[in-house]
Design a protein around this ligand. Structure first.
Ligand SMILES: [Zn+2]
Length: 146
């Protein structure tokens, strides 16, 4: 046997090289084919679906959520409630685009969807309310000027 480290030749029975102490090369393990087969060949796992967390674009999902948050926040403001409609519409189109691209709903996209719908609906309601309020204010001011 020849040492794999220093090249010293030594007896086959030695477990270590007498020159440098490197363990003697082990005999090659039996090839896998020689092992008994039990009628079951391990196969690679079939891929049913990619894990939910790995699907899609995290940045796009985040963008959906942020747009939804903006839609809801503006809808709750009084004079800027029309921006709730604007961001709600943008948010829903982003969610729709995300779904078309990845066909999946991560939590952030779902949050963005619900907030966008909420922002759109409540923003619409608040915009009408705000318009009536401003109209009333104008009429009030106008009647006072008379
Ligand atoms: Zn050696």
């Amino acid at each position: 046997m020849i040492c794999t480290n220093c090249g010293t030749q030594f007896e086959d029975g030695n477990a270590f090289c007498p020159n440098c102490g490197t363990p003697a090369a082990q005999p090659a393990p039996a090839p896998a084919a020689a092992q008994p087969q039990y009628g079951y060949a391990p196969q690679s796992q079939p891929i049913y679906a990619a894990p939910t967390g790995a699907v899609g674009d995290p940045e796009a999902a985040k963008s959906c959520m942020i747009t939804g948050i903006l839609a809801a926040a503006f809808a709750c403001s009084f004079f800027l409630s029309f921006l709730g409609i604007v961001f709600g519409a943008i948010g829903l189109s982003k969610v729709k685009q995300y779904m078309g691209q990845y066909g999946d709903y991560p939590a952030k996209v779902r949050i963005g969807k619900y907030l966008s719908i909420g922002g759109l609906a409540f923003g619409g309601f608040m915009t009408i309310y705000c318009a009536i309020y401003i109209l009333g204010l104008i009429i009030g001011v106008a009647s006072n000027l008379r």
